[in-house]
Design a protein around this ligand. Structure first.
Ligand code: PEP
Ligand code: MG
Length: 557
């Protein structure tokens, strides 16, 4: 057994096989196609190949493991020919002029999500099947499947034995993913159902990949010197201590399994808080919302009983894509989130691209100080066609739920006035075109010291503030949140940060705006009492922190 010490990102334990992630070349990316009919022919050919593979697997399984176990491949064949499933793929290709692999992956995600939400346990289990057939189709389209199976419940394809590579589709069991570093644009495109844990050599605890691990509710450790020979070996990630064990001995396996069972018992206790109010003993109610990066995170919010969504990082829609997401694509995503949240508040932050969230097709110039550079609202006010497309999509989606719009990285009243002016122009345009929308609340992120100090003036212009403590700490302390060398002094508890939060709450209330926190600090239960005492109205946290924070609030007098 070998043992390594890193820095923990999320307190949980994972046991599984190591998969060494190498920078991917074959990602399911959205591509524009000129000829939808040709793309449909391409899809249909791939479908025939996939069906033939399933036939072969079925025959092999029948011989080796019997009819009961083989039956699943018959079900897969039926699902692959399902009319609704195919219509969804054809409609996407024709309606949005996109490539087949993207249409299949998106349809697979949507259907899996739908099945997972159903009450019936049998139907819930179909979520894995629809993912499975979609992965098979995508892999055929990308030319990566060898196409043989061993007849077990899970699919086996070539490539899973090496324990390294880029192709998550080729995995037949969830893995501990190890990499030198992971960019948000990579993590966002991974099949999250296949990942037990992240372990990286680089990265900082405040990076967006770390935030994603928390959203996914999986243990993660950074600062581990990853070795190639670990590929395929068994490992344990102890997210409580930041320890990674390779080839653990029996005793360690036993200890860690006991710790995992303990974790599960605690989770069980927390689940009893579902459906309960987030209210202190003396009756102060806190709105407890969750942060998401995309449509698929909504399931986590619902599972953890989030009372709304306090931060939808919309830039992840752009990161997933190869070209600018169209108004229609964005509209569908926002609408789906609004509808799934069934009237609960959904705060969508407009595009916050730049800094660590880089997208090739924006053609942003390389900057010396990207965190303080051309990003977020600065890009939106400069390249208004991008901003207007997003605002139109958001307003159209507002008709289907309870959407609020939030502008990031604000440093001046002028930026807010200009953003609101553009929003009003977009509303006028929609009215003229008789396209329905609802009146939405408009808020801003308070994540720069400038915004803190002019928060009294800003409050008069908006309905709400959401304090982004991740960036507020970075800019207040002049510490790059991405720099692992500074991780130990990146301190969100610094009095300068806490005083800023108090000031913002007071000024927000004076100006009639409600005030929340959507940075990671909002989930720090050692500060819950402080925030409540300061008068915070809302906390928005990674879905897995909703119930622990509810518990902390309910434990207050
Ligand atoms: C923040 O800065 O606190 C925040 C919530 O935004 P992000 O982490 O996406 O920059
Ligand atoms: Mg921020």
């Amino acid at each position: 057994m070998e043992q390594y010490q890193g820095k923990t990102i999320f307190n949980k334990i994972a046991i599984g096989k190591v998969f060494l992630y190498q920078k991917k070349e074959t990602q399911v990316k959205r591509r524009h196609v000129e000829d939808a009919e040709a793309e449909i022919v391409r899809f249909n050919t791939a479908k025939e190949t996939a069906l033939a593979q399933l036939d072969q697997i079925y025959e092999k399984a029948l011989k080796e493991v019997g009819a009961d176990n083989a039956a699943v491949f018959e079900v897969h064949k039926m699902m692959m020919e399902d009319e609704d499933y195919l219509d969804s793929i054809y409609n996407m290709i024709r309606g949005e002029l996109i490539n087949a692999e993207y249409a299949v992956a998106a349809t697979g995600d949507n259907f899996a999500e739908m099945f997972a939400q159903m009450d019936d346990a049998y139907m819930q289990a179909r979520a894995a099947d629809v993912r499975d057939i979609s992965e098979r189709l995508v892999a055929v389209l990308c030319g990566t499947v060898a196409g043989s199976g061993d007849g077990k419940r899970t699919r086996t394809v070539a490539g899973n034995r090496t324990g390294s590579g880029t192709d998550m589709h080729a995995l037949d069991e969830p893995v501990i993913l190890m990499a030198d570093d992971l960019a948000p644009s990579e993590t966002v495109q991974m099949d999250k159902s296949k990942i037990l844990s992240f372990v990286t050599r680089h990265g900082s605890s405040n990076s967006h990949t770390a935030i994603l691990a928390r959203t996914m509710n999986i243990p993660a450790v950074i600062g581990i010197d990853i070795r190639e020979e670990w590929a395929g070996k068994t490992a344990i990630v102890d997210g409580y201590t930041g320890t990674v064990f390779i080839d653990p001995d029996e005793e360690t396996l036993e200890q860690m399994s006991a710790k995992m069972r303990d974790d599960e018992r605690k989770q069980q206790l927390l689940r009893e808080l579902r459906g309960k109010e987030t209210i202190t003993g003396s009756g102060k109610k806190i709105h407890l919302y969750a942060n998401i990066g995309g449509v698929s995170d909504v399931a986590q919010v619902l599972q953890n009983d989030g009372e709304g969504i306090g931060l939808f990082r919309s830039e992840f829609l752009y990161l997933e894509s190869d070209t600018f997401p169209t108004e229609e694509e964005q509209f569908k995503a926002y609408k789906m989130v609004a509808q799934n949240m069934a009237g609960k508040k959904v705060v969508v932050r407009t595009l916050d691209i730049g800094a660590d969230k880089q997208v090739d097709y924006f053609n942003l110039e390389k900057e010396d100080n990207p965190a303080m550079g051309y990003r977020a609202i600065r890009i939106c006010l400069d390249r208004q066609e991008i901003f207007r497309t997003q605002l139109r999509a958001l307003l159209r989606a507002s008709a289907f739920g309870n959407i609020s719009i939030m502008f990031p990285m604000i440093i001046s009243v002028q930026e807010v006035l200009e953003s609101k002016r553009i929003l009003e122009e977009v509303k006028t345009e929609l009215r003229e075109q008789k396209i329905p929308y609802k009146d939405v609340e408009v808020g801003i992120m308070i994540e720069t010291p400038a915004a803190v100090w002019i928060s009294e003036e800003l409050a008069k212009e908006v309905d709400f503030f959401s304090i982004g403590t991740n960036d507020l700490t970075q800019y207040t302390l002049a510490i790059d949140r991405q720099n692992p060398k500074l991780d130990n002094i990146y301190d969100s508890h610094h009095p300068a940060v806490l005083r800023s939060i108090r000031t913002v709450i007071e000024n927000g209330h004076k100006g009639g705006a409600w005030v929340g926190i959507c940075g990671e600090l909002g989930a720090d239960t050692s500060l819950t009492e402080t925030f409540v005492e300061m008068g915070i109205d809302e906390l928005s946290v990674s879905p897995s922190f909703v119930l622990p924070v509810r518990e902390a609030v309910r434990n207050l007098r």
